[in-house]
Design a protein around this ligand. Structure first.
Ligand SMILES: [Zn+2]
Ligand SMILES: [Zn+2]
Length: 389
């Protein structure tokens, strides 16, 4: 079965809501207007609405029939600190902020599915529609979980969806197991002794030592990890010194590490500390390391991945669902919701070339409204298959 006919009829309405949200982007924990729209819509559909988890989070609950089983479906609300370069009518009206990751579309797709499911009621169970703030950078999903999301709304499983530019509209991609990497951020400060640039023997140079550390980090992945495993160590900042004739006191090195397994994440962190400690000891410097595990590995559980794939296949056809989508080293806040629950995160095609192919986080990106009916039909089918009457 392709797009659900009832969804095809209402998709344009949710396209208009999507473009309105796109024109009024809001970033982390400030998604007040967006949350108002979501709460108003859910209320209008007759759902029970809860607000305030992680400040701007919204949960709409829809119970049909007598079953006490429940699942969660999750979308994200937030925009990015990017200045939009698109000039179409629904371009961002707020300088320096834009929906460059398609969370406007994710919100619209989940609202569309809620409307359909509330109207048709062809299932027996409870669906919690979770709209989370601050997916980008600051883990609003983690905050929702810490604020008691799954104590207030217990679920058997939780599902997420993200658009994928470059994949044609009407196609889906998913994979069992690790789908997205852990994202850790590190800040290392090394301290030596400042001196005149002409008299290095009177100081302890943090720049030469810092450079050695950066070089040694390249061996963590290439010489420490099992080659079968995947990891990334990227130094993205190196700050030291102000004058051309002064050896500074300190240097600061920052960056990010990625892994697809928890033990690889542990290995990278431990090795990094060993390298900094050893090189600083060799040259007489002190150091501090802040190692922030910001997002865990996103792991799709096997049974729920099968359910997600089956729902996508029912909507799009087996030839349009890649059930072996390669994992990526990007990361996703939804991983926090999968820490304590089984579930699955799926990709929906955003289109190719000029029609939805622009990569996310680019100032020319836009969510493709043609994807709304596909994504919403997937959500609806997932619920109807899981809670079939
Ligand atoms: Zn993003
Ligand atoms: Zn995103």
């Amino acid at each position: 079965m392709p797009i659900k006919p009832e969804i095809a009829e209402i998709a344009a309405t949710f396209g208009a809501i999507r473009r309105d949200i796109h024109a009024h982007p809001e970033t982390a924990f400030e998604e007040v207007r967006t949350a108002d729209i979501v709460a108003q819509q859910l209320n209008d559909f007759g759902l029970k609405v809860h607000r305030g988890l992680a400040k701007t989070g919204v949960v709409g609950s829809l119970s049909v029939g007598t079953s006490n089983r429940a699942i969660g479906l999750r979308a994200d609300l937030d925009a990015l600190d990017i200045h939009e370069e698109n000039t179409f009518d629904h371009a961002s009206t707020i300088d320096g902020k834009m929906h460059a990751c398609g969370h406007d579309g994710h919100t619209a797709m989940l609202l569309c599915a809620a409307k359909y499911l509330a109207d048709t009621r062809r299932f027996n169970g409870t669906v919690h529609f979770i709209f989370q703030p601050a997916e980008e950078n600051v883990a609003g999903g983690r905050v929702m979980v810490e604020d008691g999301l799954f104590e207030l709304f217990p679920v058997e499983a939780v599902y997420g969806m993200h658009n994928l530019p470059g994949m044609p509209v009407g196609k889906f991609g998913v994979q069992a197991g690790p789908a997205m990497a852990s994202a850790d951020m590190f800040t290392i400060e090394i301290s030596g002794k400042g001196s005149h640039g002409a008299h290095p023997h009177q100081g302890v140079d943090p720049i030469v030592t810092g450079a050695e550390i950066v070089t040694a980090f390249q061996r963590i992945v290439s010489r420490t990890l099992n080659p079968i495993d995947t990891g990334v160590v990227s130094v993205t900042q190196f700050h030291a010194g102000r004058a051309m004739n002064v050896i500074p006191e300190t240097a600061v090195i920052k960056g990010t590490c990625r892994a697809l397994k928890r033990d690889v994440q542990d290995q990278i962190e431990a090795r990094m500390e060993q390298i900094v400690k050893g090189i600083c000891a060799a040259h007489g410097l002190t150091y501090t390391i802040e190692y922030d595990r910001r997002y865990p590995v996103l792991v799709n559980t096997p049974d729920e991945t099968t359910k997600a794939a089956n729902a996508a296949i029912a909507v799009a056809g087996a030839e349009n669902v890649n059930v072996n989508l390669p994992p990526t080293m990007g990361s996703e806040d939804f991983a926090w919701m999968l820490q304590d629950n089984p579930g699955c995160y799926i990709r929906v095609g955003n289109g190719e070339g000029e029609d939805g192919g622009c990569v996310v986080h680019n100032p020319n990106y836009d969510f493709n409204d043609q994807a709304i009916a596909w994504g919403a039909s997937y959500w609806a089918e997932l619920v109807e298959q899981e809670f079939g009457t």
